[in-house]
Design a binder for this molecule. Structure first.
Ligand SMILES: Cc1cc2nc3c(=O)[nH]c(=O)nc-3n(C[C@H](O)[C@H](O)[C@H](O)COP(=O)(O)OP(=O)(O)OC[C@H]3O[C@@H](n4cnc5c(N)ncnc54)[C@H](O)[C@@H]3O)c2cc1C
Length: 425
């Protein structure tokens, strides 16, 4: 079933929903086909997370390279795309990052129309709190860099912030709150709806989305990638894109590559449903803690990675304690809420905290990796730029700095200037 514009645009219209309601909702079709693998494709994307699906969608929409497949070892949404705390923003400092994340923000702003799917994009504002004069100065610098790139940023003093968010612990003895850097266009997006939206739209453009299909080896001939061994048989590919996030080092090793990446667990937490309290995204500036409130009422929050290498999608108690301490220092009322859910995901942490979108030394093998714990907000631009790279063989302008060899060349993109350790980014 290929693209049919009328069907595509009407399928989730108000008219269709009303018609389906009258028919007892018995007429809905699956959102995407359950495709069986073909013997070969022009492009195979390994990994059906947000980045892999976005890549397939933009490839099919803008570049039309021929037959495209996304191979996913589990089900769509099982990875970090369905585990993150849903925050989007483009409040970066460095030239290598700013235009890329702003492209992502612009794509978020048009995403629901583009893929005809309600992803609950909510530009509710992101506040980064500052707690000292030095931190205010560094946020002022970041805000100025954003504004010079045409990105919205406001530096709020304590009184202005207090008017907007009165319930924070402004007079905390250790970490008094002095103000915040605000990006009003930042916010949240329903994470798994992003995977479903891209999957459905890519399927409509003819992309085969193949679940329960784990890649177990990458076949090469004369230094060129020519296909993949999978749990559903061999699949040939003229071009191969790797977008497996937390499993990047494992899949790259199948092609004999060793990446500048460590894998770490990151945890997320959700409280019982409460009446509306936190109307935006707030990040604590004296530790690592960020919070928003979901539309169902749960407070959604998180903090740091666990800080040791692991492929186990769960975390440990010291990090839970650290996150809760950050929450209590910033928003003491959180101590009255009961925690109802908590889980972990695997982060592909680079040594400078920035990602990789590049060719590899193996011909026809392309790499999208190293998203650390900021990859959700990057999903649209990552897919857009990776599709560009795979189709044209040259990097997109806004992703040109995300090279694999920058660690050897000393051209790091270290937003925090904190050095080569994943737990510092
Ligand atoms: C707790 C938590 C909170 C986070 N919060 C935020 C946030 O607020 N904002 C933000 O911007 N980012 C956040 N992130 C980071 C963000 O979620 C990730 O950087 C991003 O989702 C990674 O890209 P992805 O969606 O493609 O990954 P994934 O969804 O993990 O997709 C990779 C896919 O590859 C598949 N795969 C792996 N190996 C193979 C194989 N051999 N064969 C076939 N398929 C394979 C996996 O099954 C998986 O589905 C958070 C992450 C976590 C875990």
């Amino acid at each position: 079933m290929l693209f049919n514009s009328q069907e595509y645009f009407l399928r989730y219209s108000a008219f269709t929903i009303a018609t389906q309601a009258l028919r007892g909702h018995r007429g809905w079709q699956p959102a995407w086909r359950d495709a069986a693998p073909a013997p070969a494709y022009d492009v195979v994307i390994i990994g059906g997370g947000g980045h892999g699906l976005a890549t397939a969608f933009y490839l099919a929409k803008h570049h039309k390279p021929g037959r495209i497949a996304v191979l996913e070892k589990g089900w769509l949404g099982n990875g970090s795309i369905g585990r993150n705390t849903t925050i989007i923003r483009s409040n970066y400092l460095l030239p290598g990052n700013l235009p890329f994340y702003e492209l992502s923000m612009k794509l978020w702003e048009g995403l629901e129309q583009e893929v005809n799917y309600n992803a609950m994009v909510s530009q509710r504002g992101v506040y980064n709190l500052y707690h000292s004069d030095a931190q205010r100065d560094s946020y002022a610098r970041r805000g100025n860099a954003m504004r010079l790139h045409g990105i919205d940023a406001e530096l709020l003093d304590r009184d202005a912030l207090r008017q907007q968010i009165p319930y924070l612990a402004y007079d905390n003895a250790r970490f008094p709150i002095q103000g915040a850097l605000l990006q009003k266009r930042g916010g949240t997006v329903r994470h798994d709806a992003v995977a479903w939206g891209y999957a459905r739209a890519a399927d409509r453009l003819g992309v085969d989305i193949i679940q329960n299909c784990e890649v177990t080896a990458i076949r090469q001939e004369h230094g060129k990638a020519i296909g993949v061994e999978t749990t559903r048989g061999y699949i040939g590919a003229k071009k191969l894109g790797v977008a497996v996030a937390g499993a990047s080092s494992l899949v790259a090793a199948m092609a004999g590559l060793r990446l500048p990446i460590e894998s770490h667990a990151l945890q997320a937490f959700v409280s019982e449903a409460l009446k509306p309290l936190v109307h935006s995204v707030i990040t604590f500036g004296a530790g690592h803690f960020y919070i928003s409130q979901s539309d169902k009422g749960g407070l959604v929050f998180g903090g740091d990675i666990d800080g040791y290498n692991s492929y186990a999608a769960r975390g440990n108690l010291p990090t839970i304690e650290d996150v809760c301490e950050g929450g209590m220092a910033m928003l003491p009322a959180i101590g009255r809420a009961r925690l109802v859910r908590h889980w972990g995901g695997i982060m592909d942490m680079t040594m400078d905290g920035s990602p990789i979108i590049d060719k590899t030394p193996v011909e026809n093998l392309f790499l999208n990796a190293g998203w650390c714990y900021g990859g959700f907000k990057a999903t649209p631009a990552s897919g857009f730029c990776f599709a560009h790279l795979i189709a044209r063989g040259t990097p997109h302008d806004v992703a040109a700095a995300y090279r694999l060899d920058r660690f050897a060349e000393g051209k790091l993109i270290d937003e925090k200037g904190s050095g080569a350790q994943p737990n510092l980014h």
